[in-house]
Design a protein around this ligand. Structure first.
Ligand SMILES: [Zn+2]
Length: 394
């Protein structure tokens, strides 16, 4: 089948890639192979000499394609170097070019994602993460993570390093909506940092980036450096921050594969906490917690299936985690709840591994919950309560 896109030049926008049919989320829009790979032993930038060497190893046709790519506005004398630096994908210590992917224009709310995992034959795949209508432009985010910078910071980086202004939705919001979007992305950046073990609460350097200081080592080396967290996150923090990150990404219309993993990991961490409580409480579990874990995992599976396809590696992996949860104590309780018609209800209460389910009113539930989660006399209050309920109903 012919690729679902064509290269077109639009007045005032230059070259771009446009859909030639309606594209469903999850569809592989494009496959590409890396060329001109330059491996380094550190994060040092590639040299013009290395780029020239890699360029000469290309086939004639690839050289022609390469020389037609956007050359950005970096200060290098050599055009080959300017093009390489502008289109270069850096992963760990490897620097390479994807000739076709480089043709996609940037958007801060892209409709595709590059699957960074290499599949067979060194092919990289670009997946649609939203429905793309016939004739619509296909976009991609140049700045790695689409969600981690505020509007002014994104604009500074795009102007200084790529030489253009972003005219897509997140960058053309009215002031009030823009302030909300900036606040969400600021929070996302901090949460993403904490979850990766570093502290990104310091002001984002990109705020002060401009074409005059863009090439100083302070900027080139400093942007991605953050101190490590002094105290590791607790399991509760990890759970809540993952969930929050997924929700914020969804609100920014950037819920790609990262959001799917946020939901899945949050579900797994909450399940770990639940497992601990279950041991301390004779197999009793709070219904709401069971439902939340199950819902988060289902949401993770839905997003992964949507943006990477049903047979995609991410969807298969998340399905496997879900199956693992279902084969644990949680699965037993889910089965009981389902049989009692309570799985999708909002009833308060607790369920026991043996199949006992106790539905409580809000007041009773509060008392029980306090007993369940307060440390020190943990469980004592809850056990007394359950015993009194059992004798009252029995
Ligand atoms: Zn933008």
């Amino acid at each position: 089948m012919a690729p679902p896109y064509e290269i077109k030049t639009m007045p005032g926008k230059g070259k771009g890639i446009y859909a030639t049919r309606n594209i469903q989320p999850g569809t592989i829009v494009m496959k590409d192979c890396k060329v001109m790979e330059i491996k380094k032993k550190s994060h040092r930038q590639v040299t013009a000499h290395e780029v020239q060497h890699a360029f000469e190893a290309l086939m004639k046709e690839q050289q022609v394609q390469f020389m037609q790519l956007h050359e950005g506005c970096r200060h290098y004398d050599d055009k080959t170097m300017r093009i390489f630096i502008t289109n270069n994908i850096r992963k760990d210590f490897s620097n390479y070019i994807l000739l076709k992917v480089s043709l996609l224009n940037h958007s801060c709310v892209p409709n595709t994602e590059l699957d960074s995992g290499e599949s067979e034959g060194h092919k990289y795949r670009v997946h649609a993460v939203k429905p793309i209508a016939n004739g619509e432009e296909i976009t991609h985010c140049y700045q790695g993570n689409p969600w981690d910078a505020a509007r002014r910071q994104r604009a500074n980086a795009l102007r200084a390093y790529y030489g253009f202004e972003c005219k897509y939705v997140a960058c053309t919001l009215d002031p009030a909506a823009s302030a909300v979007s900036d606040a969400r992305r600021h929070l996302l950046r901090i949460l993403t940092g904490w979850l990766a073990g570093y502290d990104a609460t310091a002001a984002n350097m990109l705020t002060n980036l401009n074409p005059a200081n863009a090439e100083t080592s302070e900027f080139l080396e400093g942007i991605t450096h953050h101190p490590e967290l002094a105290v590791p996150l607790t399991m509760q923090q990890t759970t809540v921050y993952r969930f929050l990150a997924a929700k914020l990404a969804e609100a920014e219309n950037c819920s790609g594969i990262a959001a799917a993993y946020c939901y899945a990991w949050a579900a797994c961490r909450l399940h770990d906490q639940l497992a601990q409580l279950v041991c301390e409480h004779n197999g009793w579990m709070i219904l709401a917690t069971v439902r939340i874990i199950y819902q988060w995992m289902r949401t993770a599976e839905d997003i992964a299936t949507r943006v990477r396809g049903e047979k995609g590696a991410a969807a298969l992996q998340i399905k496997q985690w879900k199956a693992h949860l279902e084969s644990s104590n949680l699965g037993t309780i889910i089965g009981h709840l389902n049989a009692a018609g309570l799985l999708d209800s909002t009833a308060f209460g607790v369920a026991q591994l043996s199949g006992n389910i106790m539905v409580l009113n809000q007041h009773e539930f509060k008392r029980l919950q306090n007993g369940l989660v307060t440390s020190g006399c943990i469980g004592v209050e809850a056990k007394k309560f359950l015993a009194s309920e059992a004798s009252a109903t029995g």
